[in-house]
Design a protein around this ligand. Structure first.
Ligand code: GLY
Ligand code: MN
Ligand code: MN
Length: 363
């Protein structure tokens, strides 16, 4: 049994209840994240039936040992060949007439295969976003995992930044950041690490290049660790040499925007009001046009998940949600400035989990 067996059991009971409320006797889940969330199982080939009659998790023989040790499910089925055949046989035995499926995940091709395998006797009904919405509110053990990822992230940043010296390539710094995260216990980087110097930092999702980090220029580092399955996300800015007046002015505006957005975070407020708090500061500085993305996003098993902290996001923040706050301004031909923390919504406000200093770092 895994350490979190109770948590997975509880999630499956919740999901059964959700299906019952939707009038569905069962659902077939195909997204690896949903399967991991409900059972703890991590594989590249699995499907989960969940329903009133219990859960059944399917995988192939490569994962036979892993499913035993890792997964929580009422029944575990390991079958070679096309996984869907085993799934369909089980569903036919269960005589499921109405079956929920993840419309946002199952491809048209897989949908057709499921339909054919069930010989047209089962109505397939797209599920709502209940799992995504529940995943947005983290349990204490999930919050612990995110704290761990955040700690690795910040420590790796400190270690790697000490190694920045003239001539270091953007790609070399990105590799160093990844290496340090892995060395500190991360399973992987939570996304492709961004290192962008000079004008290249005007691309919010810049790819590190094989060019030296520029002197007397901005340096943007956006990195995340994935540890125990959970992500962190942080962006910090540095300047090699004495920062220009323009850099200091824009940096202070983005910092004030970020702090105002963090200040707005508490249970019951809408995600859009947090976005607005960030946007207002940049507007007052005449920089609104340069802020070309939303203020943040939820994170957890995935780097981007519900809720989006955006202009038209009516979702209310709840204690236990973990979101990023990352306003930025981007000037073509000059560069971009973004400051990003991972933030936990608490019972009466929020806690910034990221411990890294937000001063413009001088290299
Ligand atoms: N690095 C991706 C993001 O900040 O959302
Ligand atoms: Mn982010
Ligand atoms: Mn980021």
């Amino acid at each position: 049994m895994t350490r979190n067996a109770n948590e997975y059991g509880e999630r499956q009971r919740w999901f059964q209840e959700t299906l019952r409320a939707a009038g569905l006797p069962g659902a077939l889940l195909s997204s690896p994240i949903s399967i991991r969330y409900l059972t703890g199982f991590t594989s590249s080939n699995s499907m989960l039936f969940a329903g009133a009659s219990g859960s059944e998790l399917f995988t192939d023989p490569r994962y036979a040992l892993q499913i035993e040790g890792e997964a929580v499910a009422d029944k575990k089925t390991v079958e070679g060949g096309v996984l869907l055949n085993a799934v369909a046989a089980s569903l036919r035995r269960r005589r499921i007439r109405r079956l929920g499926f993840e419309g946002g995940h199952l491809s048209q091709e897989s949908y057709q295969q499921v339909n054919e395998a069930l010989e047209g006797r089962t109505e397939l009904i797209p599920l709502g976003r209940d799992i995504e919405r529940r995943r947005a509110v983290k349990s204490p053990s999930e919050i612990e995992a995110i704290r761990h990822a955040v700690a690795i992230n910040s420590e790796a940043y400190e270690r790697a930044m000490k190694r920045v010296k003239p001539g270091l390539l953007e790609s070399e710094l990105a590799a160093e950041l990844d290496y340090q995260m892995r060395k500190l216990g991360a399973g992987a980087a939570a996304f492709d690490t961004i290192v962008a110097s000079g004008a290249h930092s005007a691309l919010p999702h810049a790819r590190p290049r094989t060019v030296p980090i520029k002197a007397n220029a901005l340096l943007l580092v956006d990195m995340g660790a994935q540890a125990r399955g959970y992500a962190s996300d942080m962006t910090r800015m540095a300047w090699s040499g004495k920062p220009s007046r323009r850099a200091v002015k824009l940096y202070n505006a983005v910092l004030r925007s970020q702090l105002e957005a963090i200040h707005a975070i508490r249970p019951g407020v809408t995600a859009s009001s947090v976005d607005l708090a960030a946007r207002r500061v940049l507007e007052s500085e005449g920089l609104a046009e340069l802020f070309i993305h939303s203020t943040g996003h939820g994170l957890g098993l995935e780097i981007h998940e519900h809720p989006r902290i955006g202009k038209s996001e009516a979702c209310e923040l709840l204690p236990g949600m973990v979101v990023t706050v990352e306003p930025g301004v981007y000037v073509e031909g000059w560069g971009g400035i973004r400051i990003e923390d991972t933030v936990l919504v608490t019972g009466d406000g929020c806690e910034v989990l990221t411990p890294t200093s937000k001063e413009l770092r001088v290299l």
